[in-house]
Design a protein around this ligand. Structure first.
Ligand SMILES: *Cc1c(COP(=O)(O)O)cnc(C)c1O
Length: 404
């Protein structure tokens, strides 16, 4: 049984007051809140077995290593990777994307083509532009329509035997659109191109199966799925990870070092130079456990209820426009009030205890498409309630009155 009131008790921050009002946290697409179960794991690590991993013979180091590698196995199982060495621990989505983009420098030639989508986060645009600068490869963009959906006929027209890589997010952080990644992957593979899926915004809502998707690379951040900041994962098919050169040099990623020659460690350590975020990795595992205990089917169904309710209630406000009306959508609502700057609305909402995001959401090309400076974005998680949505709706009305 899904009981939101019971779930809310797991999140100490939800008891907070902001500006004298009960906190309504609707900025989940930027970062999620952390349940006590994950906080306890962090406190336990620093209280009882903080040590560096993989090197020590002493007890604490062995305990930390065991827990860290157990977390990798949890991540492997969650994403259904074939092998645990296909899971590279990273500092987050951005790190994972840069690791792959850097590795492809050696694999691309001038005139090769790589494809991104109009719906991307800056972190899934800029590293590929830098890759094009290094290699002379050409960047092509899948366009979107007024609903905020990618145009698949335009995508298939862009594909050719010149296409080497395709990069698309699974779910758009700015509009909430769920992209048809199965189709995108299948068509890319038909011309021999590799695919990287940016799953940062999908993983709080769905449980991706990387083998069923047959995806080549998939990246995610722990902090969007009830884990801590500064840790994430890159899944790569073993054959691809073997083709890519190491990203950073340092300790932990080597087999043998002399001044004449250095040989690299096997996967996954080849890509894990230096001391990682050990506590963060272990807490990432705990966050995955937590979300699976609730269950992704229940999470998705409940969040959809919130999305439908909020969409209907917000649209009752005159002069309110929602950007992103895709048929397949997750619990993100980007909107504006006619004639009012989103920043002003966001500031007034904060005064009333409601945390939303305003601005371009690291996706300026989408804002340019709609010819707007930004939006107000309310993004819901499974610990949010309809009462909180009511508070948002009435606060938005108040803000509109004050600002018009
Ligand atoms: C949040 C987000 C990112 C960036 O994640 P970081 O944790 O900041 O590296 C990339 N893509 C999408 C779709 C996101 O939502």
């Amino acid at each position: 049984m899904f009981n939101v009131e019971t779930i809310r008790k797991d999140f100490p921050i939800l008891k907070r007051q902001v500006n004298g009002k009960s906190l309504v946290y609707f900025d989940n697409a930027a970062t999620s809140q952390t349940p006590q179960q994950v906080i306890d794991v962090i406190v336990d690590y620093y209280s009882n077995y903080n040590a560096n991993i993989h090197r020590g013979v002493h007890t604490l180091s062995q305990e930390a290593t065991d827990k860290y590698e157990q977390a990798r196995l949890k991540i492997q199982k969650h994403f259904n990777a074939k092998a645990s060495h296909e899971i590279i621990m990273t500092s987050g989505t951005t790190h994972g994307i840069n690791l792959v983009a850097s590795g492809f420098t050696a694999l691309l030639e001038k005139g090769d083509e790589i494809i991104v989508s109009a719906l991307e986060h800056h972190s899934n645009i800029v590293p590929w532009q830098m890759l094009c600068e290094r290699t002379g490869a050409i960047l092509k963009v899948i366009p979107m329509n007024d609903e905020g959906e990618l145009v698949m006929s335009a995508y298939t027209d862009l594909l050719s035997d010149k296409t080497k890589l395709v990069f698309v997010n699974h779910i758009s952080n700015a509009l909430g659109t769920i992209n048809p990644i199965e189709f995108i992957i299948q068509k890319a593979h038909a011309v021999g191109a590799a695919v990287l899926i940016d799953g940062a915004q999908a993983c709080p809502h769905v449980k991706p199966d990387v083998q069923a998707l047959d995806v080549d690379f998939y990246v995610a951040s722990a902090h969007k799925m009830c884990g801590p900041t500064g840790v994430g994962m890159l899944y790569g098919k073993e054959e691809w990870l073997n083709k890519l050169p190491p990203y950073q040099g340092g300790g932990e990623m080597i087999a043998e070092v002399t001044f004449e020659n250095t040989t690299y460690a096997d996967l996954p350590h080849k890509f894990e130079a230096g001391t990682p975020n050990i506590c963060g990795g272990i807490a990432f595992g705990a966050a995955i456990d937590y979300m699976n205990t609730i269950g992704f089917d229940k999470i998705a169904a409940y969040e959809h209820e919130l999305l439908d309710y909020a969409t209907a209630e917000l649209l009752k406000i005159e002069g309110l426009k929602i950007y992103g009306t895709a048929k397949e959508k997750t619990s993100v609502i980007s909107f504006n009030l006619e004639g009012i700057h989103p920043y002003d609305v966001g500031t007034l909402l904060d005064k009333m205890g409601i945390a939303v995001r305003t601005g371009h959401h690291c996706a300026q090309p989408i804002m340019n498409y709609f010819k707007i400076p930004g939006t107000i974005r309310a993004s819901f998680a499974f610990y949010n309630t309809k009462e909180e949505i009511d508070a948002l709706v009435s606060a938005t009305k108040k803000a509109q009155l004050m600002l018009s």
